[in-house]
Design a protein around this ligand. Structure first.
Ligand code: ADP
Length: 434
């Protein structure tokens, strides 16, 4: 961060200093030009008035002005020049200020000199006798002002940049120090910047979720393990009758399966949390995916005598296949698990405006309005007597919600107790992932 701030400040101060220097040089040049031309005009008009009175004035008097004075005949021949030998001068009938003075009476012109540092200013006035009097001055161009000062400009710029960096260094340290000293274990105890409040609140929530999750995981794993250990102990002590051995082994097997399911779900949630889950988006066919899930769940459908009705369009979209499989599997499985005997489940799949719509509707036991907002919480299981007999980890919908969010989708639930539940999922068809 410090490096970035330094870079920004160095670029900013260098740019601003150079702009200020060049703009100042240009303003000075502009003002000087204007004043030279104004003086030149005044002097030329004054001299032209004198020459109109006395055309020989130039030849008879010494003129005490700094400007170069040239008298040019109406045909361009130079008649007089106070600075240059007129024998060396060529015909001036091509000079723009001469041509314009002949045509319009007065004219000015500025021409670059041999070097880029200087330029010449000319003012010419036509006399009554047809000749032209012209005055000229040399002065610096913008570069003529800047180039001699370039060392000063560079030195001043470096100095300004160094001072800015020095101040930035102190300021950055002052800003960063409280952030480095944040107590991340107790985010809300930090009184730093109001701008960090949202971050600290979400950090606190994260910490809370992590603490609760760890506590819940330990508790959830302990329950089946205690059973397994209990049954194994009985068997080891040979307290049980021989005929009970098989039933106890079965119980140990069942509890182990529960344990494995729970651990698998916990791994899935943790992976989603860490965003380590498979990231690759591929084009998947949702119809085929749902049919595959129904196929896997077929033994359960048969066992519970559930009637399955589907209306599946041939819809494809970009998704992480394994995550999307788990999301839809959990909801469809719930529709079967929490159904009534001879109940039904309806699944529809459509596509509209680059969005995929999936509805899963069951005629099952439903969820109370009180429990509805909590079903996506980790380890939450609605506290109904039937839940005691229906297997579950309480993590399925937490995984689903996380997975759908990973796909930038939304999931909504509507339920009525003893009538059934509807899950509606909307997913963008194209990958718009983080
Ligand atoms: P579980 O492993 O218990 O099924 P889930 O996270 O999938 O965990 O669901 C959380 C709870 O939400 C379930 O225990 C159940 O009480 C309730 N639930 C989920 N889906 C349904 C449904 N289709 N019908 C009735 N209750 C449901």
């Amino acid at each position: 961060m410090q490096k970035r701030i330094f870079k920004t400040i160095a670029t900013l101060t260098t740019t601003v200093s150079l702009i200020v220097f060049f703009a100042s040089a240009y303003i000075i040049f502009y003002k000087v030009s204007q004043s030279i031309m104004a003086t030149l005009k005044e002097e030329t008009i004054l001299l032209s008035n004198i020459l109109n009175e006395d055309s020989e004035y130039l030849f008879n008097n010494k003129i005490l002005i700094d400007s170069r004075i040239t008298l040019i005949a109406y045909d361009g021949k130079v008649l007089f020049d106070n600075k240059v030998d007129i024998e060396t001068l060529d015909n001036h009938d091509d000079r723009p200020e001469f041509i314009n003075a002949i045509n319009y009476g007065q004219s000015k012109s500025i021409r670059k000199s041999d070097s880029i540092k200087t330029q010449s200013y000319y003012y010419a006035v036509k006399l009554n006798n047809g000749n032209v009097i012209r005055l000229s001055q040399e002065s610096s161009t913008v570069w003529g002002i800047i180039i001699p000062q370039i060392n000063l400009i560079i030195a001043a710029t470096i100095l300004i940049v160094l001072i800015s960096l020095f101040i930035a260094n102190i300021q950055t340290k002052k800003i960063v120090e409280p952030i480095n000293n944040l107590d991340l274990e107790n985010p809300l105890s930090n009184k730093v910047y109001p701008e960090l409040n949202d971050l600290l609140i979400s950090l606190e929530e994260n910490n809370k979720i992590k603490r609760e999750f760890s506590a819940n995981v330990s508790h959830e794993l302990k329950t089946p393990l205690t059973s397994i250990s209990g049954y194994a102990e009985i068997m080891a002590n040979e307290i049980s009758r021989a005929e009970d051995q098989k039933a106890f082994s079965q119980k140990i097997y069942d509890e182990s399966q529960k344990l494995i399911n729970k651990i698998n779900d916990i791994i899935k949630v943790s992976k989603l949390d860490e965003k380590k889950a498979e990231q690759e988006f591929t084009l998947i066919n949702y119809k085929i995916l749902i049919e595959e899930i129904l196929n896997t769940l077929n033994p359960m459908i048969q066992k519970n005598n559930i009637y399955v009705e589907t209306d599946l369009q041939n819809v494809s979209g970009e998704a992480i296949r394994s995550i999307m499989y788990d999301c839809l599997f959990n909801i469809i499985q719930n529709g079967i698990k929490y159904n009534k005997r001879y109940g039904s489940i309806y699944i529809s799949l459509n596509e509209f405006n680059n969005n995929i719509y999936i509805t899963i509707k069951d005629t099952g036991i439903g969820i109370s309005q009180e429990d509805l907002p909590r079903i996506y919480e980790r380890f939450f299981r609605a506290d109904r007597s039937c839940n005691q007999t229906i297997e579950g980890t309480g993590l399925g919908l937490a995984i689903t919600k996380h997975g759908i969010a990973r796909h930038k989708g939304t999931i909504s639930t509507y339920s009525k107790i003893n009538e059934g539940t509807i899950f509606e999922i909307i997913l963008p068809q194209k990958k718009t992932l983080i």
